[in-house]
Design a protein around this ligand. Structure first.
Ligand code: MN
Length: 237
């Protein structure tokens, strides 16, 4: 049995191939996967659990199909879908994780994160994130009519696209010192995160300890997954 870790699917109705890739992944791993961890940006956008549409229904059905196989689901909110709430969690029966979250993979302590908190050079974004994660502002936003929330989300996506285009690419990557600070504090020497869409393995040495950071891929060109095996070998595919 393997543990699968994915992130940054950016599921949205305009690109149905994402959901199809998730279904294909389920079929492939049906007999060999015990746990599926989703580290944020599962959806391209989320404006509230009351935003029910055919695409959301199809996604719920897909996640329920994973659950029917006995696979446990875990979800950590990303910067796109941090408004995914309790109603949705109940429907798909996934466990919501905090960011960062320490987990146990076959006896190895592993730190999980979406990754945006580690991009500490992007101060403007972190300031926005601070407000966007405040309870009262979220409640205020969720109380707005659905059509207005959809409109606001669309505007925000356009703005973010423009922001990403003008931003220094270095600023959009995680800062190694931030990673080290986390790993030195946690009883873990492995960090798995997404968000940057720059998949790879990074190993660094400090104070006679080796730290490994594994960055997950986004799904814009199909399904990508980190497979963590029972013998504690891990591979990105
Ligand atoms: Mn992200």
């Amino acid at each position: 049995m393997s543990i699968l870790v994915i992130s940054d699917l950016h599921l949205n109705p305009a690109e149905p191939q994402g959901l199809a890739a998730l279904a294909a992944l389920r079929q492939k791993w049906a007999a060999n996967c015990s746990d599926l961890y989703i580290l944020g940006d599962f959806f391209e956008a989320w404006v509230g659990d009351d935003d029910n549409n055919a695409f959301v229904e199809a996604t719920v059905a897909e996640l329920q199909a994973w659950r029917q196989l006995g696979i446990k689901l875990y979800f950590m909110p990303g910067n796109r879908d941090f408004l995914l709430g309790k109603d949705f969690a109940q429907r798909v029966d996934w466990t919501v994780l905090s960011d960062p979250q320490l987990v146990d993979f076959y006896g190895i302590p592993v730190l999980l994160s979406h990754g945006d908190l580690l991009c500490t050079d992007d101060l403007a974004y972190l300031r926005w994130r601070h407000y966007a994660h405040s309870r009262w502002l979220q409640r205020l936003f969720l109380a707005l009519p659905l059509w207005l929330r959809r409109k606001m989300a669309q505007k925000a996506r356009q703005k973010s696209k423009h922001y990403v285009q003008i931003l220094d690419p270095i600023k959009m990557d995680v800062v190694p010192s931030a990673v080290l600070a986390w790993l030195k504090q946690a009883p873990s020497s492995v960090l798995i995160h997404g968000h940057t869409h720059k998949p790879g393995y990074h190993i660094c040495y400090r104070d006679h300890r080796a730290f490994t950071r594994i960055t997950l891929s986004d799904w814009h060109d199909g399904a990508h997954v980190l497979v963590w095996e029972k013998d504690n070998s891990a591979r990105l595919i």
